[in-house]
Design a protein around this ligand. Sequence first.
Ligand SMILES: [Zn+2]
Length: 317
Amino acid sequence: MTLLYYHDIFLKHDTGGFHPESPRRLEAILTRLKATGLWDKLRVETPGKATEEDIALVHSQEYINTVKEMARRGGGQLDPDTVVSRDSYEAALYAAGALVDAVDAVMAGKATNAFCMVRPPGHHATPTRGMGFCLFNNVAIAASHLLSRHHLQRVLILDWDCHHGNGTQEAFYEEPRVLYISLHRWPFYPGTGSQGETGTGPGKGFTLNIPLDWNISREEYLEVFEEMLKGQAKGYRPEFVLISAGFDTYTEDPIAGLGLEPEDFRRLTELTIEVARESASGRIVSCLEGGYSLEGLPLCVEHHLRALERQGTGIRG
Ligand SMILES: [Zn+2]
């Protein structure tokens, strides 16, 4: 069984008319999933709202208050790219809530895996600051919840968004119970994610950055991905796999791109499932991050979900 977490409030995070991270992204995915029948095949769940304590697992109270207050006053900007609208704080609480609910459901055995179709996205949000379209770091909150509530010792966060997830890296830079692996275009926004950034203190060696040249071929990308998964990811023997699933590596993405075609996301997902199956009983929670092509994004998500759904129903292949 594959769960899909979605709430209409995600459409109310209003970034303005011309922002690439717009509600139209989710609307385009919804239209595609309904047209293909995939929407009816998955169990669609409405998430609850994360509590402030959940958010505070990763973020400072001061930063939480900043976002809350900005929304209450009708909106503002955290940086030139990162908009807070009147409903953004609520939307962000539900986005993080989707991750918490999904993790709890998968840990309880209600499903093998889940996809959280949320916005605002999260992986650039650091403990003290929102940036890069991100308010609260959804995937980092899920990982912290797995450590504190479910007492796991080895959580893998696999971040295949085209951008480096600087916020997630920062949240777990000293934490050996979370292995953060990111493949990303580099040099590129936000500037972090060099190979030399590997963690610090007890977290040394538990951050793995794989920076990729903008003109890497699709075949090379898939090779690098497979080698990393069968090597470092598998070797870690994760008890749970979280995916920061950005789809802006899609070849026609208007703000990023790394040459991938929609069907490649099926392959990335299948390889990830193999690792999860081996040490984590298949447990995967995937979270939407970037992906800005309104034509390509729905196709990429569809391939990702088809692979998750096939694993969720126990059909191999
Ligand atoms: Zn991105």
